[in-house]
Design a protein around this ligand. Structure first.
Ligand SMILES: Cc1ncc(COP(=O)(O)O)c(C=O)c1O
Length: 390
């Protein structure tokens, strides 16, 4: 059978693959604790589910406009006004099938073959393949645990060439939980604008920040520089809505129109019922989100208390999202030489599923998700410690 070159080179998502493998083992009767998941373990809040049920009962089951219903686009624009004081209208918003499709459409809409896209590592697994699918070249900028997994303007400057077209910045980060400060965000945005580089700010975890921190966004920078900044977000992580597949992008109307043309020839609108649910989420306040956030913060603390007892392991304290990303390379051996081998060993010997850092562009680390119950988290991380360090 002959397949297209673009598919031959396309790797399956490592995070989805590990979760599937853990589920398979579980189904076969093995005792598996999975810390590989990238989704909140809470149910979608009731008022959001009710909005979807009402939409079905009202017969809201037909095609909608490709970039989303006017009401949902207005609600997403309202989100940026409410939280970040930014004036935006429906014309600045596209609703996509998750933040994932918004990112995909953005890359397809702005990148040409040969363009370079700066991607700080550790990065979310899908950025490099999506950039490649657009014919462009991912240029990875490494960071270290010692530097809190953040990159500097100097590193951007060093990676910049005349081919640099775009920078993807994810804060809070999956997989590290690192959050850039307001000052750092502004410095990076100022650098991008000065170099005519489009800054794609993936803010899908914006509300999930801890230690009393206020959510931060590049939306205010977008308002001042709409041709140089695009903000991506979605309902999945904030509102425990991963399966509903509703994401959104805030961008200059010309980018929105280009992304809409792509979406119109590929998937069309996001499920009409899910759009109604997302509207209820975005308009319904953050009371439930606060409850989930408190649980994530408690689990972050619990995870860090355990990981801090591990010898020769460096793990910057995550300030957001729901992952820890400890650097375990001091425990690699000849038989277990990298993060993939260590994850295979943990799954085999301890029944713990984690994701190899290699999938995120850092082969020294492992990603553990703390979007699981306190009991599962404590028991799984204690087992990891016992298995690796005795
Ligand atoms: C950093 C980051 N961006 C984007 C996404 C996409 O989210 P969704 O497509 O579920 O909205 C994810 C999901 O794991 C993520 O971790």
């Amino acid at each position: 059978m002959q397949l297209a070159d673009r598919v031959q080179h396309l790797k399956p998502s490592a995070t989805l693959a590990i979760s599937a493998k853990a589920q398979e083992l579980k189904a076969a009767g093995h005792d598996i604790l999975s810390l590989s998941v990238g989704e909140p373990d809470f149910p979608t809040p009731k008022h959001i589910c009710d909005a979807a049920k009402n939409a079905i009962d009202a017969g809201f089951t037909r095609y909608t406009a490709v970039p989303g219903t006017p009401d949902l686009r207005a609600a997403a624009a309202g989100y940026f006004k409410q939280h970040y004081g930014v004036q935006a209208g429906p014309e600045n918003i596209i609703i996509g099938n998750g933040g994932k499709q918004c990112l995909y459409n953005l890359f397809q809409a702005v990148l040409n073959p040969g363009d370079h896209v700066l991607i700080p590592a550790p990065y979310w697994v899908s950025y490099p393949p999506m950039v490649e699918l657009a014919g462009a070249k991912p240029v990875i900028i490494p960071s270290t645990a010692e530097a809190g997994f953040k990159i500097s303007v100097a590193a951007l400057e060093a990676a910049h060439t005349p081919k640099t077209r775009m920078l993807v910045l994810n804060s809070p980060s999956n997989p590290t939980g690192a959050c850039y400060t307001q000052k750092e965000l502004e410095a990076i945005a100022a650098w991008a604008i000065a170099h005519n580089v489009l800054l794609a700010a993936d803010e899908i975890y914006d509300q999930l920040v801890y230690d009393g921190k206020t959510p931060l966004s590049l939306a205010p920078m977008w308002e001042k520089n709409p041709e140089h900044v695009v903000v991506l977000n979605g309902t999945a992580k904030t509102f425990a809505m991963t399966g509903w597949r509703v994401g959104y992008a805030l961008a200059h109307p010309d980018y929105i129109k280009a992304m809409t043309r792509l979406q119109g020839q590929s998937t069309s609108n996001v499920c009409s019922v899910a759009q109604k649910a997302a509207e209820a989420a975005l308009r319904g306040g953050l009371a439930e989100v606060e409850v989930m956030k408190k649980a994530f913060e408690r689990r972050r603390n619990l995870a860090m208390d355990i990981v801090n007892t591990w010898p020769d392991v460096l793990c910057p304290r995550p300030q957001g999202a729901f992952y820890i990303f400890p650097d375990m390379h001091h425990h690699f051996t000849k038989a277990m030489p990298d993060s993939t081998a260590m994850c295979a060993f943990l799954l085999d010997k301890a029944g713990i599923a984690a994701v190899p850092g290699a999938a995120f562009g850092n082969d020294n680390c492992l990603r553990f998700s703390y979007a699981v119950s306190d009991e599962t988290l404590e028991s799984a991380l204690t087992k990891v410690g016992k298995t690796l360090f005795g």
